[in-house]
Design a protein around this ligand. Structure first.
Ligand code: G16
Length: 551
């Protein structure tokens, strides 16, 4: 065994290392400052040791991987050296530094690791002038809950030193094990654990037969992490023709694109799915592989509808869910479509704050099986992250079993359950302080809104959403402002917790109708959108008449 020279390096706290909705996300250059990654990682280790490894890390395993963006490899080498200096027993690293977010979760769970570090800024662009991020996932494979992220933050504020070792870089391209002092560093196959989980849930033979029957799909990996996973599962295992996966090689800058699978950023896919010779089914995933976009021929499935439709069909068409669903969950701003499916199944639908971390306790306690969010995230209790490719395999299973088109499946759903006309309007890069002030003012106004009119309707009630976790009793306050209208519409306002520049205001509009879904969504939601802008005085405050992105 190599004798390692452990260095204890003096450092000083950085401001602003508080994890947001999903870990610490900043501009890449911020992470590249000397000691920045080191301070955060040491703070994670200090916080985790306190509760999870009081006897030290000797018997503990850490999983490390990322979405391949710029600075991924450098950060991984730093983490490996620090893990060795902090005495971790084993470090499992995805080959090439690659592990999708759901794959990290699968690996933590299957290999009984203590936790994992996920290097990604998700759907945000990559590159030296773009975004980077680090997130800690706990033993259940899910993002650390607030109790842990707050402890990490407290450590970042009082840090005085970090530990590292002098050692050359580990070869991340070669699978196998290397000793770094007493620490075993194992470079693992990035695909194996994740693919095994998918194979346990889905009927691969049925999906193979679907592709043999001439069914065609396009999967856009957006030059990000799902490329290798999708090629291996869709093209190699399920027999989809070569070329089914586009933009399938992970690039450090995602080819200069925004790896965000929505109608704006997945434009290549959207265009090809609108062509006269479009394939039957289209899908895309984001930078780190946890988000998904679902398309039919010239047809977009909203994330809220997708969750509801998957929950409705899964017990009938996916072997892993034959036993039925224990419950479902959605984040508060997500459309209420899944609530109606839950009612029909006679199960509970939990409403949580934004952030996948809030689903962890519900899934661990067996209170819910499936969950999802309006931000293109869908998942189940197979891992503790949202899972883009899983959602794609769910849809393939639905299409294989029903032999209907995507559009037919969705329209049948609207016929049966009614339709939530739903949009999210984002106003990006607002100045942070005035944006926070605007939300604070609206919060003050809430109690006076009842009886006033918005759109063509009257305010029935308004509140500031807070959530008490039914498992551990912890309460999270100020999770979004809600206005309910007498016609059943709902408007939600919150500031994003994942942006890296200024503030992003999110306005979520929903209007329910039992009309079979045939109305034009723009017409249904435009009056609400207009009056909400006036309510917030968006134009006067920020000179913004239109949202930056509508999803
Ligand atoms: C993260 C979280 C999600 C959340 C989304 C948007 O997703 O994991 O739970 O819905 O951010 O959050 P916000 O509205 O605060 O920006 P991802 O895919 O970016 O990790």
């Amino acid at each position: 065994m190599d004798k390692l020279n452990i260095a204890v390096v003096a450092t000083k706290p950085f401001d602003g290392q508080r994890p947001g909705t999903s870990g610490l996300r900043k501009k890449t250059r911020v992470f590249m400052q000397p000691c920045y990654v080191e301070n955060f990682v040491q703070s994670v280790f200090n916080a985790v040791r306190e509760t999870d490894a009081p006897a030290g890390f000797e018997q503990e395993t850490l999983v490390v991987g990322g979405d391949g963006r710029y600075f991924n490899r450098e950060a991984i080498q730093t983490i490996i050296r620090m893990a060795a200096a902090n005495g971790w027993g084993r470090v499992l690293v995805g080959r090439g530094g690659i592990l999708s977010t759901p794959a990290v979760s699968a690996t933590i769970r299957r290999r009984k690791a203590t936790g994992g570090l996920v290097l990604s800024a998700s759907h945000n662009p990559g590159g030296i002038n773009e975004d980077f991020g680090i997130k800690y996932n706990i033993r259940n494979g899910g993002p650390a809950p607030e109790s842990v992220t707050e402890r990490i933050y407290a450590e970042t504020q009082k840090i005085t030193e970090y530990r590292t070792v002098e050692h050359t870089d580990i070869d991340l391209e070669k699978e196998g094990s290397v000793a770094l002092g007493a620490t075993e560093v194992v470079v693992i196959d990035s695909l194996a654990d994740y693919t095994a989980v998918m194979e346990e849930l889905f009927d691969f033979k049925q999906l193979y037969a679907l592709f043999q029957s001439g069914f065609r799909m396009l999967f856009d990996a957006m030059s990000a992490v799902t490329g290798p996973y999708a090629r291996s599962i869709l093209e190699e295992r399920l027999g989809a023709p070569r070329g089914t996966v586009i933009n399938g090689t992970p690039l450090e800058d995602f080819g200069g694109h925004h790896p965000d699978p929505n109608m704006v950023h997945a434009h290549e896919l959207v265009e090809r799915m609108s062509a006269s010779d479009a394939p039957d089914f289209g899908a895309a995933c984001d930078g780190d592989g946890d988000r998904n976009l679902i398309l039919g021929r010239g047809f977009f499935v909203t994330p809220g509808d997708s969750l509801a439709i998957i929950a409705d069909h899964a017990p009938r068409v996916i072997p892993g869910y034959r036993a039925g669903l224990k419950g479902v969950a959605r984040s508060m701003p997500t459309s209420t479509a899944v609530d109606r499916v839950a009612e029909s199944l006679g199960i509970t639908c939990y409403e949580t704050p934004t952030g996948w971390k809030f689903f962890g306790n519900l899934l661990d306690a067996g209170l819910c099986t499936m969950c999802g969010e309006e931000s293109f995230g869908t998942g189940s209790d197979h891992v503790r992250e949202k899972d883009g490719l899983w959602a794609v395999l769910c849809w393939l299973s639905i299409l294989a079993a029903t032999r209907k088109s995507v559009k037919e499946v969705v329209e049948e759903h609207w016929q049966r359950f009614g339709r939530s006309y739903y949009q999210r309007h984002d106003y990006e890069a607002l100045e942070a302080a005035p944006a926070a002030e605007m939300i604070a003012e609206l919060r003050e106004q809430l109690s006076f809104l009842k009886g006033t009119s918005i759109g063509e309707s009257t305010v029935a009630s308004a509140d500031d959403f807070s959530y008490t976790d039914p498992v551990d009793g912890s309460t999270s306050t100020h999770q979004g402002l809600r206005i309910f209208l007498e016609d059943g519409s709902r408007i939600v306002f919150r500031l994003s917790g994942t942006g890296t520049e200024g503030a992003t205001l999110r306005i979520y509009l929903e209007r329910f109708a039992q009309d079979g879904g045939t109305s034009d969504i723009e017409q249904v939601l435009a009056p609400l959108a207009r009056d909400v802008r006036a309510l917030l005085k968006l134009n006067e405050r920020f000179k913004r008449e239109e949202p930056t992105v509508i999803t």
